[in-house]
Design a protein around this ligand. Sequence first.
Ligand code: 4AD
Ligand code: MG
Length: 431
Amino acid sequence: MPVADIARLADHVGQLVAIKGWVHHLRSSGKVRFMVVRDGTGLVQGVLVKGQLPEADFAAFDRLTIESSLTLKGKVRAEARAPGGYELEVTRVEPLNLAQDYPISPKEHGVAFLMDHRHLWLRSPRQQAILRVRDEVCRACRDFFHDRGFILVDTPILTPTACEGTTSLFETDYLDRGKAYLSQSGQLYLEAAAMALGRVYCFGPTFRAEKSKTRRHLTEFWMVEAEAAFYTLEDVMELAEGLVSYVVSQVLARHRRELETLERDLAPLEAAVPPFPRISYGEAIARLQEMGNDMAWGEDFGGDEETVISQAFDRPVMVHRYPRSCKAFYMEADPEAPELALCVDMLAPEGYGEIIGGSQRVADLETLLARLEEHHLPREPLEWYLDLRRFGSVPHSGFGLGIERLVAWLCGLKHVREAIPFPRLLDRLYP
Ligand code: 4AD
Ligand code: MG
């Protein structure tokens, strides 16, 4: 008897199959018993009719509990009214593990309770849908870069220096060599790889000891970063726009069912086609001030400002050329306005905030040395990075996309904590 995925029951109509999974729902009505079983690929209803299966198997139903594991055997029947479109005429019930009283019920639970039970919460239809969308996002990112000749280069997680400011570094003892830090970004290493391979990307976990407790911040998140030799800020904006619109289109094309489960309004996703609007930081500040926000020129935007700016557009907006004073040390100055950085942030619609940060990088050795000093960054552990400016330096640019922020927007989540299987937050390291 073949073991069938519930999602593929269409291939088995009229056949006897085995389904291996967990009990999702149980219901009795007279001489008939119904159980909805899930196997990770979908849900199917099994129908048990007294007399049509061994008495012991029929009786086994009464011992089953929610989330018990089992093998269910039966004949597949098309049934338009059933969720998924198929039903199983059950011939055998083979319990594997009878679950104890399952703590998560269909009734409302508080967020803290659900987060404490994240390992079980993942089994719920909504969380499964989010994880499937996340899988698609990761696949689409890889395909996008691969198709454009970007080479995957894995960057280290243990690093000797900061990349994105020293205030959000996770520190750890590194054997007898003193301190190491968990990577805040693979960018610096990616720059080295771009000088070897031209166009490169990395995709991995990223760490920020963020003291901020917002719905957009994790202390461990996944970032896909691209870097390309000879790319300018303009090139990188086009690349970022291409990536995001591609990922959105893939999710829309392949995951309608999940978006439906999440009750996601599709209109904002369908609108995310190029060209994305581009405005300068200066324009953004002017718009904010017009709307009564008293943000002064020179400050970086917070979540509130990002929300206000993005609300003026129906698709992701790219804000470019922020003041250098509020951005990272490695950003190239705008030759037309040296107080500005050749950088871009992409803000997602609907208040989801910054999903991408990128820039053109400082190409000149003396300029970079001055920057390290301005930012009080030690030179010695970055000598290798300085070498990139000593041996055939070229203009180059790149960006990083935060996977959870993108997934949160795509799925319409209130908080990024649901966009990652096991979130790490300011106040959470369990489970
Ligand atoms: O803007 P960030 O800090 O840029 C960099 O790290 C660059 N070195 C990337 C590059 O140019 N190669 O971070 C990039 C993105 C943000 O736009 C955001 O989507 C995400 O990473 N991000 C976070 N996501 C969740 N939690 C946090 N604490 C995040 N910090 C950044
Ligand atoms: Mg940023």
